[in-house]
Design a protein. Structure first.
Length: 266
């Protein structure tokens, strides 16, 4: 059964899309069957894996509104190394349509139901808002991965995100947990980065990934070539960091599995 991870933070520019693309590519490189779901009307994850968002016949919008099945709208990307459910401006219509619907929060969860057996990981790149689309991703996922830029205002807004996660867990999705907090765009020369990072560790402890994503120009350049960093420059520090993150995600899943087995007496 696929493990579904929502990459969420209502702040824009914190590295959600960069993380979604590069985690998806790195998990695929580690032999996992991966589906990347673009939930953002900006379609940045779609473009970032080399798909022209303007030329799409079918998108996640058609799937979320129940007009098409997931399988019809999903396409293989990067020589078939993983799959993408693409998005473009039509996602705005999905947001509006689902808000009017009863149980509109559950559209992604329902769409993924039959696909869960075909993948090991589903990575959902959320829009920069606590919107209906983000709530859909939180409702469908096992864990939420929160990218955080280690800057002064990083912790601001985290309370709102945690409240939303708490509500979704209480009302819709009892499985939902924090997959991890990820420090992104880290600059060791900036003292503030170190301070914010220390604050995160003291608040969230082991929920913070050991892996730190450095500020790395290759990560910023790769999307304009429609490539994950791994394909654009595998030797870059950013690409290596995302490989390490994928290893950490896999290790945490194994540990979680082991703990569950232990608690069931196995
Ligand atoms: P979000 O999806 O949260 O809005 P993005 O992943 O699009 O954030 O990142 C915002 C901008 O920062 C993009 O231009 C991206 O290329 C760049 N970026 C993201 N992570 C890094 C990094 N580690 N180093 C350098 N640039 C980065
Ligand atoms: Mg984004």
């Amino acid at each position: 059964m696929a493990r579904v991870i929502a990459v969420a933070n209502q702040k824009g520019g914190v590295g959600k899309t960069t993380t979604s693309i590069n985690l998806a590519a790195s998990l695929a490189a580690a032999g996992q069957r991966v589906l990347l779901v673009d939930m953002d009307a900006q379609g940045n994850a779609t473009m970032g894996v080399g798909v022209d968002k303007a030329g799409l016949k079918l998108t996640g919008c058609d799937v979320l509104l129940g007009e098409r099945s997931l399988g019809e709208a999903v396409r293989p990307v990067l020589d078939g190394r993983f799959d993408l459910l693409p998005a473009n401006g039509d996602m705005t219509a999905a947001e509006v349509g689902l808000r009017r619907r009863r149980n509109g929060e559950l559209a992604l969860s329902e769409a993924l139901r039959d696909a869960r057996g075909r993948y090991d990981y589903v990575i959902a790149d959320c829009p920069p808002a606590l919107s209906m689309l983000t709530v859909n991703a939180l409702s469908a996922c096992d864990g939420v991965l929160i990218p955080m830029q280690c800057e002064y205002y990083a912790l601001e807004g985290l309370t709102a995100l945690m409240d939303t996660i708490e509500k979704v867990r209480a009302v819709i999705n009892p499985r939902l947990r924090i997959e991890g907090l990820l420090r992104t765009m880290y600059d060791p020369r900036n003292r503030l980065s170190g301070d914010v990072s220390a604050q995160l560790l003291s608040h969230f402890g082991e929920q913070v990934y050991e892996t730190i994503i450095p500020r790395n120009v290759r990560l910023a350049e790769a999307p304009s070539h429609g490539l994950p960093a791994l394909d654009y420059d595998a030797s870059a520090a950013g690409a290596k960091a995302y490989r390490a993150l994928a290893d950490e995600v896999l290790a945490r899943a194994r540990d979680g599995q082991r703990n569950t087995e232990t608690s069931h007496g196995g």
